[in-house]
Design a binder for this molecule. Structure first.
Ligand SMILES: Nc1nc2c(ncn2[C@@H]2O[C@H](COP(=O)(O)OP(=O)(O)OP(=O)(O)O)[C@@H](O)[C@H]2O)c(=O)[nH]1
Ligand SMILES: [Mg+2]
Length: 236
């Protein structure tokens, strides 16, 4: 495979509030001295995540772009990736060359994954506060994302969850694919995450990273017709 010249696109997906934006901020802090970074966030109705990340000062504000999806998150990261693809291309045109663009999905349930046409690799973020049984509930992101993150391990004692057990169950559910137990307060775990990104980026640069699809979300329907209309689409 020829060596790519564009930035690697790294997707960050997972349920609402599991720490996707915080993780992106943590990665920017850990890697911005060695990699040229950009960020694209997806929110349904606002630019909240982009504004939050800009406020942290981890990157020059214009390197953080927001896509307002106006629909349920998988629409913009999987079904019609146009708005995100344009946002990444604009970032590269304005600030390129870049090494890695991190794309945050809007928070969704357990089923949303990125199209491999949008991202080269993707990580799926759960947190201990969502409950120790979430890993066992499974889904395409948990089972087959390139990396599973069990986040906020520092909170585990406060919510009566065994974080190590969650990480072990993640490993068991993933056929050897990697799992990182993460807390932004634990530098060793941040180092482990940053090393995974470094390795994945090196693979990408060599032309050896093949984007893989964790698989589609489960078929679903919205409960009320108005919801489907507001969100601009219906599901079979
Ligand atoms: N204790 C602890 N809290 C964390 C950690 N990471 C994130 N949080 C907190 O978790 C909450 C949600 O974090 P966000 O980064 O906004 O989560 P998100 O997944 O981006 O949320 P949405 O985009 O709304 O789905 C915030 O209050 C964070 O401060 C962590 O490692 N430890
Ligand atoms: Mg967020």
């Amino acid at each position: 495979m020829p060596e790519p010249t564009r930035a690697m696109r790294l997707g960050v997906a997972g349920p609402v509030g599991t720490g996707k934006s915080s993780l992106i901020g943590t990665l920017c802090r850990a890697l911005s001295d060695e990699l040229r970074l950009g960020v694209v966030t997806n929110d349904i109705y606002t630019q909240e995540d982009a504004e939050m990340l800009r406020a942290t000062g981890v990157l020059e504000p214009d390197r953080i772009r927001a896509v307002e999806t106006g629909a349920c998150p998988h629409t913009a990261i999987r079904d019609d990736i146009t708005a995100n693809a344009i946002a990444v291309e604009d970032l590269e045109a304005d600030h390129g060359p870049l090494d890695v663009v991190l794309v945050e999905s809007g928070g969704d349930n357990l089923t949303a994954t990125f199209s491999p046409a949008l991202v080269d690799a993707q990580l799926f973020v759960l947190d201990v506060a969502g409950g120790g049984d979430v890993v066992r509930k499974g889904g395409p992101g948990i089972a087959r994302a390139d990396l599973l993150v069990v986040n906020k391990t520092d909170l585990a004692p406060h919510v009566d969850v065994d974080a190590e057990l969650m990480v072990d169950q993640g490993r068991a559910a993933r056929d050897g694919r990697p799992v990182v137990g993460l807390s932004r307060r634990d530098p060793a775990s941040v180092g482990e995450l940053a090393d995974w990104v470094r390795r994945t980026y090196a693979e990408f640069r060599r032309g050896a990273l093949v984007p893989s699809d964790p698989g589609p979300m489960a078929p679903h329907s919205h409960s009320r017709d108005e919801d489907a209309l507001v969100q601009g689409h219906r599901h079979a």
